[in-house]
Design a protein around this ligand. Sequence first.
Ligand SMILES: NC(=O)c1ccc[n+]([C@@H]2O[C@H](COP(=O)([O-])OP(=O)(O)OC[C@H]3O[C@@H](n4cnc5c(N)ncnc54)[C@H](OP(=O)(O)O)[C@@H]3O)[C@@H](O)[C@H]2O)c1
Length: 305
Amino acid sequence: MKYFNLASVQASRVAQGCMRIGGMTASQIDTLIKTDLECGINFFDHADIYGGGVCEEKFGAFLAENPAYRDQMLIQTKCGIKPGSYDFSKDYIRSCVEKSLRRLNVDYVDFLLLHRPDTLCEPEEVAEVFDQLYHEGKVRHFGVSNHNPMQIALLNKYLGEDNPVLINQLQFSLTNTTMIDSGLNVNMENGAAVNRDDSVLDYCRLHDITIQPWSPFQYGFFEGCFIDNPKFPKLNEVLRSVAARYNVTPTGMAIAWILRHPAKMQPIIGSVNIDRIRQIAAASDVTITHDEWYELYRSTGKTLP
Ligand SMILES: NC(=O)c1ccc[n+]([C@@H]2O[C@H](COP(=O)([O-])OP(=O)(O)OC[C@H]3O[C@@H](n4cnc5c(N)ncnc54)[C@H](OP(=O)(O)O)[C@@H]3O)[C@@H](O)[C@H]2O)c1
């Protein structure tokens, strides 16, 4: 596993997402977390809403049994989504963080992200509550999720240099490449030229914001996994072929493809299958060539102008 500097910490290039741990037993979660750490994955992504809080609770139960593991981990959680709306008011953010800390059984989280943009957001309020949470030692660093460049710039105007946005979590995978397509099709009349995110990839690179691709194996919006899926014959054929050159699996190669991009993205994997996690960790040390990267991109049916 490779690591990179994320603010003041060394984070693994691959992170474990905890959205799908709600139905697991304590013993399965024990095995999952210990496997992640053995594989070098030290970054765990949560949200207050995953499993209605159960995912954080079960992770917290592991830490209650194994308190020494806390120092080996970077824990991130997200807030701001509530039933039927998004809410970035200072009272709501504070109450979410307090509840997440209790459920996770920790004194602080390493990263707190605002989950989805709240159009009624008052950035001065966000700045105020971030500043308090930072000085109370409850949150070490901040970021956002599913935000576009202007939304980040607006927040940063108020967050200032003390607690700037360091992370933006966005959907990205071999089958969800809108962040890249428009940059490859500038000024073209085709559909791929449509800029759906205000050039968020370039903006994040320009401002040293780490992109965390979520759902790196899902096509559509949680429609299913593309690996070994008959809907994606060419992609799977090329994945198998490139993976074989490096003695890794297609599952691992799908992550090696994300890691090869110079934006230094940190994919959040959602698998809780320890064999797959090991395959991904093994492939995370592989650096594919420039041409292999494009071969995989084209195998999804994308064309270059
Ligand atoms: N910010 C946001 O808005 C947002 C939205 C969604 C998710 N997230 C974060 O992103 C994380 C990952 O999301 P996700 O779970 O949708 O991502 P994913 O890694 O794309 O999907 C994982 C799911 O695919 C299944 N799968 C089947 N075959 C697989 C294979 N060959 N390789 C890998 N997975 C395979 C996994 O099952 P097995 O467990 O059996 O392997 C698991 O159910 C979440 O845990 C969460 O932390 C953030």
